[in-house]
Each structure stands twice: as C-alpha cells, then as structure tokens.
Design a protein around this ligand. Structure first.
Ligand code: PLP
Length: 403
C-alpha cells in the first residue's frame, strides 16, 4: 500500500536555504549574512569564557545521578527562577511570591511551541497576532499548534523604522482579549524596537483591550549590551499589572545554540493558579518530549546562579553587542564614504543582530550572484556576519547594487 505516495517535499526554510548556498560556494570573498548566531571578528562561532568556566565547574558532575528525577527537577527549578529574574527583574514580586508557572523549554522555539499548545488548550478560538514581519518560524509554530494566526502592522518600509500609528490602530482594532506576540528587544528581522515611551503606550492600550502580551526574548542583551535595559518592555508591562507570557532563549546570548536551553514562564493571578498552570504545561511537555536534556541545563543554571560566572557572562554579552554596534557604524560610514546617494541612517538606528537593509529581492539576488554575499531575499542582514576584514567589500557590493 502506498502510504506516503501523496507526500511532496515541504517548502524549504528560507534561512536554511541561504546557509546551504553559502556552504556550497567556493569563492574566498563569500560572506554569510544569513546566520542567526553570533560570530567573532574573524567570522568564527564563539564559545564564551563563562561557558568554559561553567563546563569546568560541572566537569566532575555525575550525570546519571543528576539526571535522576528529583535532582533534575531541582536544577530545572533553579534555571526557571534565575530566568524569571532576568526577564522580570531580580526583585520582582511575581518571582518572590511564586506567582508564575515556569518550565525549562527546548530553547526559544520549544518555549514558543509549549505556549502555543497551552494557548490552544485553554483558548481554542483565540488567534495570535504577530508583528509584520516577524521571525519566519513564528507562524509555523502556532499554525502547527492549530492556533489561528494574524498579523499587526509594525515596520515602515519608507522610514525603515516603526510604524507606530498603524501598530496602535491594529492593537485597538483587534477583538478584545487577543493574544499578541511581542519582541521586547532586537526585533527579528527588522532590528526596529519601540522606544520606552512607545512601550508605555502599547502597554496602556493592551490594558484597555485586555490583550495578552506574549514576549519572545531571543536576544536579551544584544540590543543595548545591557540585560536589564533590554528587558525594559517586559518590566513596563509588569508594572502595569499585566499577566505576561515569556519565552526565553539562551541560544544567542550564551552562544549555546546546540544545547537547546530556554525557559517558558506564564504569570498567574497567584501562587495557587501558578501550580495549576504549571501542571498543564508539564503535561503538554510530557506528551511532546518528556524531559529536556540535562547538560545545557546545568551550564545555564551554573552561569546564572554563580555570581562570578554570571558577572563574566554580563561582560561577554556587552562585548558581543559592542562588536555588532561597531560593525553597524563602520558599514554605514563606508557606504557614506562611497558617496552612496541613499540614506543609510537606519543601519545604526536599528539594533540587535539584524539590519533590515531595505535592499530589494533583485538587489539581494545580485549580491549573491555577483559578490557571493548571502542573505534572505527580504534584505535582512545578520550583522554578526560582518567583520573588520569584510566590511569594506560588503559596502562596495551594496553600493554597486543600489546605485
Ligand atoms: N525567537 C526569535 C525571534 C528568534 O529569532 C529565534 C531564533 O532565531 C528564536 C525565537 C528561537 O531560537 P532558539 O530556538 O534557537 O532558541
């Protein structure tokens, strides 16, 4: 019987396709601006010193014993508590009072998927609104969880900044009590974040409309270099008394991409409600993948709970963010020196790992074909792929395809 005769190949993920094409290219000048992970000034992936130190600390660890249910639960609780402090603030009442349900998740993607399943279980009719554009995997995750997917206006192609008026209109016009996904900092793919004042207005409007804010925190530290500053949006919503959902990833800001460590937290009315919510999240996780792996969990909980290692991490996050900011400035200056007739201010106005360059799909195709520079056709450039030695080649190429 032809069980799989009707199966045709799935559409390629746009980002995976860019990496494959880059790897197949043998040109020595090739540049990969598709990568979503941090690279150093030599274009190499980085193992942070805080991770090496944490590795050394757990080296003698008896994984079989740590993996036993009760021990793993204790390490998991530590990770959840420390992650919640990172998001909501170290002195936040919700953390002190335990008025939140938190669970270790399979990195940011896993945290999003867990929440999507939870949302469908308790609010099956409610859609979720994503910013337009958003990370390409968001619609996949919620669609696969059978949640209706909508968008709200976010990016303004002319200013290459935020379309704040349209965003507020969409928030007002959405049915009351809708779910909204928000990027609290370093928006992917645009690098465009609301200002603190705008976040206050957004939070106020969410209250008026009883919307639920779900924050996807994949790049905490990458926007400003400061972990607390990058959590300002979440803190504003917290102050305004919202119940919040939050997906946190340590893939980028700890460089732990392959370890899949993240956290999902859902604020609740009180500690009793938190117990019920957590038990539901655990039940969902149990059916999907049972327990997460333990090694990355130990690394992250060691980094977050050992003061010396944590201080080192805070410093290293700043170094990564500074390098990216430096590359933004250099790229913009290089284009201006070439007397490009276009305005490149958005390269330094935008923040975080990504720059939404404004290049058209045709211009991107020329960058690939003529200059061996790889990026997605929406014009998103990962600034992590830019280095001191390739930035002038990149500026020249961008100038050539845009003049
Ligand atoms: N959310 C956003 C906005 C992202 O850009 C990413 C990764 O690119 C993720 C979540 C999930 O990342 P991971 O599952 O690797 O932690």
């Amino acid at each position: 019987f032809g069980w799989w005769d009707r199966v045709s190949p799935a559409a390629k993920d746009p980002i995976t396709g860019v990496t494959e094409a880059f790897l197949a290219d043998t040109n020595p000048h090739k540049i990969n601006l598709g990568v979503g992970a941090y690279r150093d000034d030599e274009g190499k992936p980085v193992v942070l010193q805080c991770v090496r130190n944490a590795e050394a600390k757990i080296a003698g660890c008896d994984f079989i014993n740590v993996g036993r249910e009760s021990n793993a639960t204790a390490v998991g609780s530590k990770l959840v508590e420390e992650s919640a402090k990172l998001a909501y603030g170290k002195d936040a009442n919700v953390v002190k009072e335990g008025a939140f349900a938190g669970l270790q998740a399979l990195s940011g993607t896993g945290a999003c998927r867990l929440f999507a399943e939870f949302q469908r279980r308790f609010h099956p009719e409610s859609p979720i609104y994503f910013p337009d554009p958003t990370w390409s995997n968001h619609p996949n995750i919620w669609r696969d969880a059978q949640v209706p997917v909508r968008t709200f206006q976010y990016y303004h192609p002319v200013s290459k900044g935020l379309n704040f008026a349209a965003l507020m209109d969409d928030i007002k016009n959405a049915p009351d009590a809708s779910f909204f996904l928000l990027h609290p900092c370093a928006h992917n793919p645009t690098g465009v974040d609301p200002t603190v004042e705008q976040w206050r207005e957004i939070s106020y409007q969410f209250k008026e409309k009883s919307h639920f804010p779900f924050f996807d925190v994949a790049y905490q530290g990458f926007a400003s270099g400061d972990l607390d500053m990058d959590a300002q949006a979440i803190r504003i919503f917290l102050e305004d008394g919202h119940l919040i959902g939050c997906a946190q990833s340590f893939a980028k800001n700890m460089g732990l991409y392959g370890h899949r460590v993240g956290c999902l937290s859902v604020l609740c009315a009180d500690a009793k409600q938190a117990v019920a919510v957590k038990s539901q999240l655990q039940q969902i996780a149990r059916a999907m993948y049972s327990n997460p792996p333990i090694h990355g969990l130990l690394l992250v909980s060691t980094i977050l709970s050992d003061p010396e290692t944590k201080a080192l991490w805070v410093k290293e996050v700043k170094v990564m963010a500074n390098r990216i900011q430096q590359m933004r400035s250099t790229l913009r200056e290089s284009l201006e020196k070439l007397a490009s007739p276009l305005n490149w201010e958005h390269i330094t106005n935008q923040v975080g790992m990504f720059c939404f360059s404004g290049l058209t799909a045709d211009q991107v195709d020329r960058l690939v074909r003529e200059f061996h520079i790889y990026l997605t056709r929406d014009g998103r450039m990962s600034m992590a792929g830019v280095t001191t030695s390739n930035v002038s080649y990149l500026a020249n190429a961008i100038h050539e395809v845009t003049r």
